[in-house]
Design a protein around this ligand. Structure first.
Ligand code: ADP
Ligand code: MG
Length: 733
């Protein structure tokens, strides 16, 4: 495989959970997964196949058997990734597997029990401990966001209005790649705060979902942490590195059964696994390496993980398995999926001084507030010294900050006292006129008010400054590291051990691979018999391998057929749905309306939605929209003065063409009157015998607005209608 210098493959580790109680009751034959921890291999037994059939073996970067501890997995496989994120790389960890195999357990675990805390809480510890132990010339800003993808819609889990909020849009920028627009991001200053963010999100996930497990197995959850670090470089300027960490708990990878679903459920079924199958396609395309097109755009998930798969991130995939024989097929699929992902190459690089670093903005804002505050304080100090009678000296600028602050406070107190004294003096001055006194007192009062306002403004500014500053974490300062030396040593030792076992496994795997290759080169035979024996042995070995591969091909074919059948079924159901919608459109929507709607629709590939074009083209400004001419106000169209007068007079029939129709609501029960026979008219008034098709309710009159109702018309088709007009008054008489 061609590897360029900076590329590295996606790390894939596999974890198998213990048998649960129900599975245990099925007897010892339950387990089908064996693991070789030293070599990083998973051996899978097919419970339906005869004993003679060779078992399937897969090799990964690491494997974790049911006895493995959360901490082991973290130290060996996740810690190096988090270290990279802290150094400014993008990193992703995703858990993939069937529902109930331990994805959430691996990612989150049991928070209360330190032994069972999963990757996410351990990562929190790791990040904040790292900050607390780093040098004091480093400044950090840590932010967290939490989202889920459910039915191909991205939802913000930190939005208080999550349940009703509309889906968020994905956007792409040349600097940051794909990002979610308007996603809430919380600045976190401690482990406690970031845990709080996680809890809020988890609760939002549970709220409104009738069955949390059902929901969680159908939605993808992404917890995003951004760590920005600024440090002075050799050039004396501050440089910022931004590491982004995606912690992903994917939806259950099992096939959703789609039998007998309709409408909403069908849509859901079609969408649930869209992201997962798109993920599979992306992995296949990347692992294959031959196909130029990688279908990232097929789903929201793959777009969000674009960087992590074949991009500039470091990625770890944790594939989770169940040991039970019932789920052999799913386990095999997961292993194949994971095996393919191993071949993906990423090109990780450090994000140095990106344009959108929030830390830079924060630093600028803090500096601006600081300058404002300083200016205010210096001004106060300057005034104080003038009050004291000292002469202001530029050379005093080098004074301690605390002293300036003290002086500024003293100035306010002194100024207040001075104003009080002056007020008192004015009050006691008997030579002043009452009016003059009032005016002078008012002036002093105003000066006091100004002084207070000024002081309040300074206090507000100080509070704002402190709040901003507290969001930035300074290495070794804001967070106190409670671990003692002994614990620290223990941690380091544990990390060393993890490092060692990782190295050992890599060596073992390399040795194994080399052994197979060099086997034939080393062999020399002393006799023909020996050669025959050795070659027969080798032949047997190769034959077994061939059988394995043949079985593999058969399996892959079967799976392909199965997934094709499922796709066909989905397609049939969708076609049926489409026909149903067509039927409604063709028969119940007037063609001209339909055409109008169709001509206004266009497809937005960015959002994967059909959208209505606005009636007014976007480029035309509101000012360009034509106004109704003044002559048309109150009329259907512009009309001349002469015509208006003529209408008002009601004289000439030519001008009656305006508003010839008007509708009047009539709430009285329908009444029909026969044309000429009054006896019949009476019978028709009875509702029981009135089957006249012209019987209508509510709106039923239409006539020229200036016509006085005529008594009868000659046209027979108008008979009943005219009769209706007349009906009410007649009946009333
Ligand atoms: P998923 O998120 O994949 O649907 P869960 O993480 O909810 O699965 O796990 C299902 C059950 O299995 C949980 O009760 C969990 O505690 C248990 N479990 C999973 N993995 C392990 C493990 N490695 N050790 C112990 N229990 C586990
Ligand atoms: Mg889960």
């Amino acid at each position: 495989m061609s590897k360029n210098k900076s590329s590295e493959s996606v790390k894939v580790v596999v974890r198998c959970r213990p048998l649960n109680r129900k599975e245990e009751s099925n007897g010892p034959a339950g387990g089908i997964v064996q693991m070789d921890l030293r070599l990083g291999q998973v051996i899978l037994r097919n419970p339906r196949a005869p004993q003679s059939e060779p078992q399937k073996t897969f090799t990964f970067d690491a494997v974790y058997d049911p006895n493995s501890k959360q901490r082991e997995l973290y130290d060996e496989s996740v810690r190096p990734l988090i270290d990279s994120v802290l150094a400014g790389f993008n990193g992703t960890i995703f858990a993939y597997g069937q529902t109930g195999t331990g994805k959430t357990y691996t990612m989150q675990g049991a928070w209360r029990d330190p032994e069972k805390r999963g990757v996410i809480p351990n990562a929190f510890d790791h990040i904040f401990t790292h900050i607390s132990r780093s040098q004091s010339d480093k400044q950090y800003l840590v932010r967290a966001s939490y989202l889920e993808i459910y039915r191909e819609e991205v939802r913000d889990l930190l939005d208080p209005n999550h349940a009703n909020a509309r889906a968020l849009e994905l956007r792409e920028s040349p600097d940051t790649g794909v990002y979610v627009r308007d996603l809430t991001s919380c600045v976190c200053k401690s482990i406690k705060e970031i845990e709080e963010v996680m809890n809020v999100g988890n609760q939002a996930r549970a709220v409104g979902m009738t069955d949390m497990n059902e929901h969680s197995s159908r939605s993808h959850a992404l917890f995003l942490i951004t760590v920005e670090c600024s440090q002075p470089g050799p050039d004396g300027r501050n440089h910022i590195r931004v590491g982004r960490l995606n912690l992903v708990d994917l939806a259950g990878s099992e096939r959703q059964t789609k039998t007998g679903v309709q409408g909403e459920r069908l849509k859901e079924a079609a969408k649930i696994n869209l992201s997962l199958s798109a993920l599979g396609n992306v992995i296949s395309a990347l692992a294959d390496g031959r196909s130029g097109h990688v279908p990232y755009r097929d789903s929201k998930l793959t777009r969000l993980l674009q960087d992590s798969l074949g991009g500039n991130a470091k990625t770890v995939m944790v594939a989770t398995l169940g040991p039970s024989s019932q789920h052999y097929d799913e386990t095999l699929t997961t292993l194949r999926y994971a095996n393919r992902a191993k071949n993906i190459q990423n090109q990780p690089r450090v994000n140095e001084d990106p344009k959108d670093a929030l830390l830079r903005e924060f630093q600028k804002e803090i500096a601006r507030l600081r300058a404002q505050l300083d200016h205010r304080k210096w001004r106060s100090k300057q005034k104080k010294e003038q009050l004291d009678g000292e002469c202001w000296d530029e050379g005093m600028e080098g004074e301690e900050e605390e002293e300036v602050e003290k002086d500024a406070e003293e100035y306010v107190i002194m100024e207040e006292q001075r104003l009080e004294r002056e007020k008192e003096a004015i009050r006691e001055d008997q030579f002043l006129l009452a009016e003059e006194k009032q005016r002078l007192l008012g002036e002093k009062e105003k000066m006091m008010g100004d002084l207070r306002k000024e002081q309040e403004a300074t206090e507000q500014l100080t509070a704002k400054y402190k709040a901003m500053e507290s969001k930035l974490l300074v290495g070794g300062k804001n967070i106190i590291d409670h671990t003692n030396e002994q614990q620290k040593m223990l941690e380091i030792k544990r990390q060393e051990i993890a490092e060692q076992s990782r190295g050992e496994r890599e060596m073992q795997q390399q040795l194994l691979a080399q052994d197979e290759e060099t086997l034939e080169l080393r062999e020399t035979f002393t006799s023909l018999q020996q050669e025959v024996e050795a070659k027969t042995k080798k032949l047997k070995k190769l034959y077994a391998k061939l059988q394995c591969i043949k079985a593999e091909i058969q399996d892959v074919n079967d799976e392909h057929v199965r997934s094709r059948q499922e796709l066909e079924q989905t397609q049939n159901e969708l076609t049926r749905e489409l026909k149903f919608k067509y039927l409604i459109i063709e028969n119940f929507i007037p063609p001209e309306e339909k055409n109008k709607i169709m001509s206004r629709l266009n497809f937005d590939p960015e959002e994967d939605q059909w959208k209505f074009q606005s009636l007014v083209p976007a480029e035309s400004k509101p000012s360009q929209i034509k106004k109704r001419p003044a002559s048309a106000v109150g009329y259907k169209r512009p009309i001349s003065q002469y015509a208006r007068v003529a209408i008002a007079m009601g004289a000439h029939s030519r001008y009656r063409a305006e508003n010839i129709m008007f509708l009047e609501l009539d709430m009285t029960p329908p009444n029909t009157v026969s044309l000429d026979r009054s006896t019949e008219a009476e019978t028709n008034q009875s509702p029981s015998v009135d089957n006249s098709p012209t019987k209508d309710k509510g709106v039923r009159k239409s006539r020229s607005w200036c016509q006085t109702p005529k008594s009868m018309t000659s046209s027979s088709s108008n008979v009943s209608l005219s009769a209706c007009h007349m009906g009410t008054p007649t009946a009333a008489q």
